[in-house]
Ligand binder design. Structure first.
Ligand code: SF4
Length: 303
């Protein structure tokens, strides 16, 4: 059944000129039918530069929205509309406007893990790879960072010359891991280097050898002379780590590092949207244009 489904997905991709994009955190079978697997920034870049008229974004809703913001003329399909991001939902436009009124001098820097409407209310976007350099590079002294408090506090520590107001959002998957896990895993694997995503708690980031975005963690593991690594981010990254460095060993920092939202998309969902063209992402043009400005500013200063 599954093989037949995979073959039908491949046939429909060709027939409809559809490109399937998958985030690293997706189930392996989804990544296997994808044309491109990457982190949020990489997927956004592919979405913006591809020539195919249909993009099937296997990830969570803000990723499909980002693809639509960057490629308004394409059909962007989200295979499972229930795949949302709880952290993105922790900031609303109304609450953000209130906070902006409290800090009128602050520039709003918005992590890409946020809705199109929140991006539209922000001055500039960032990803976990470029958050520090974006905040550092802004001429402004005061920043309102939304929605991830952990990435925000990592930025604040890295750019001490600025005042960074933190939104109290968090990624439930990364935030639920306690620093105790680092001690336990270091005791079990004393020769391993510990690496973590900045969505982890500050105590964890203080205790690890390397902090980076998904793509940066993959590069670090590849380049390091060390053979063994403890990985503090979502479990799906293990696939790329192992395929990139097959001679090295990788242990997940905690079995809790699984994002249930990223695992909602099934092969059947992908097949259905390819067959029907359902679940098209639509964004009001005014919101899309403002959100585009925030993303484009990030892309311009990240060149
Ligand atoms: S891993 Fe966290 S930030 Fe990413 S989609 Fe899941 S809940 Fe959202």
């Amino acid at each position: 059944m599954s093989m037949a489904m995979v073959e039908e997905i491949k046939r429909l991709k060709r027939e409809k000129k559809a490109l399937v994009l998958a985030h690293h955190y997706q189930e392996r079978e989804i990544k296997e039918v994808a044309d491109f697997v990457g982190d949020s920034l990489e997927l956004a870049g592919i979405a913006a530069n591809s020539s195919e008229p249909i993009l099937v974004v296997c990830g969570v809703s803000f990723m499909a929205e980002t693809a639509k913001i960057l490629s308004p003329d394409k059909k962007v399909l989200l295979p499972n509309v229930m795949a949302g991001c709880p952290m993105a939902d922790m900031v609303t436009v109304e609450r953000l406007r209130e906070e902006k009124a409290r800090f009128p001098q602050a520039k709003v820097v918005c992590y890409v893990n946020s809705s199109a409407a929140v991006k539209a209310e922000s001055d500039i976007c960032c990803t976990s790879s470029n958050a520090v350099s974006i905040v550092k590079g802004l001429p402004d002294q005061e920043i309102l960072f939304v929605p991830d408090q952990n990435l925000g506090s990592y930025v604040a520590l890295s750019v001490p010359e600025k005042t960074v107001h933190l939104w109290k959002g968090f990624c439930p998957t990364h935030h639920r891991v306690e620093v105790e896990a680092v001690k336990v895993m270091k005791a079990a694997y004393p020769n391993a280097k510990v690496m973590a995503h900045p969505e982890c708690r500050p105590e964890i980031l203080e205790a690890v050898d390397f902090i980076g975005s998904t793509a940066q963690l993959v590069q670090y593991a590849k380049a390091a002379s060390n053979q063994s690594f403890i990985v503090g981010t979502e479990k799906g990254i293990l696939d790329i780590l192992k395929s990139d460095s097959p001679q090295k060993s990788f242990e997940l920092l905690s079995e809790e590092l699984v994002c249930p939202n990223m695992k909602k998309t099934t092969l059947m969902d992908v097949l259905k949207v390819l067959q029907t063209g359902a679940n098209q992402v639509e964004i009001e043009s005014e919101v899309r244009e403002k959100a585009y400005v925030a993303i484009q500013r990030m892309l311009d200063v990240s060149k």
